[in-house]
Design a protein around this ligand. Structure first.
Ligand code: S3P
Length: 172
């Protein structure tokens, strides 16, 4: 089976739904942020602080390039900003079926507030930041995705089942 790739905004549930899906299907779970942290020996926030966002984005692209040959039969959860680069969108789509987990601003805010581990959301007015980034990224997520799943009101198991059902329809 090819890979199933979960994209979407921070707090959309990519990691929780991805872990559940991997467990349910017996596929391997891969989280790009976790791989970057393990390879760099630094937390994401520390990478941003020490080297800046463009450096982190280069690490993401480099990892996606390598995953073309070292990752299969996996559920892959990617960082929320991964689809922003055009090259990354191409690389994501060539890895397998790309599923966009969509959640409303209210759902996202409920999940990310009080979390200090996400540098893209630190400082200033959280709601304004989330709103701006969601607006900037919407068309990019749409462009990267083969499928979109609205997850508001769904628990992790329900969202995962919906992903699987829709991905199978997609001849997955
Ligand atoms: C980011 C999302 C984060 C992580 C980094 C940047 C983003 O991943 O990659 O903090 O730009 O949206 P999650 O979506 O898993 O929080």
């Amino acid at each position: 089976m090819q890979n199933l790739i979960l994209i979407g905004f921070m707090g959309a549930g990519k990691t929780s739904v991805g872990k559940y899906l991997a467990h349910k299907t017996g596929m391997t779970f891969v989280d790009t942020d976790e791989r970057i942290v393990a390879e760099q020996g630094m937390e994401i926030a520390a990478i941003f602080e020490k080297y800046g966002e463009p450096y982190f984005r280069d690490l993401e692209t480099d990892l996606l390039e390598r995953m073309q040959t070292d990752t299969e039969n996996s559920v892959i959860s990617v960082g929320g900003g991964m689809p922003v680069r055009e090259r990354n969108r191409e690389l994501l789509r060539s890895l397998g079926c790309v599923v966009w987990l969509l959640a409303s601003k209210a759902t996202i805010l409920g999940r990310v507030s009080g979390d200090g581990t996400r540098p893209m959301l630190s400082g200033g007015d959280l709601e304004a930041r989330v709103e701006r980034l969601m607006r900037e990224r919407e068309a990019l997520y749409r462009d990267a995705a083969h499928l979109m799943i609205q997850t508001d009101g769904l628990n992790i198991a329900e969202a995962a089942d919906t992903v699987l059902r829709e991905a199978r329809k997609f001849r997955y």
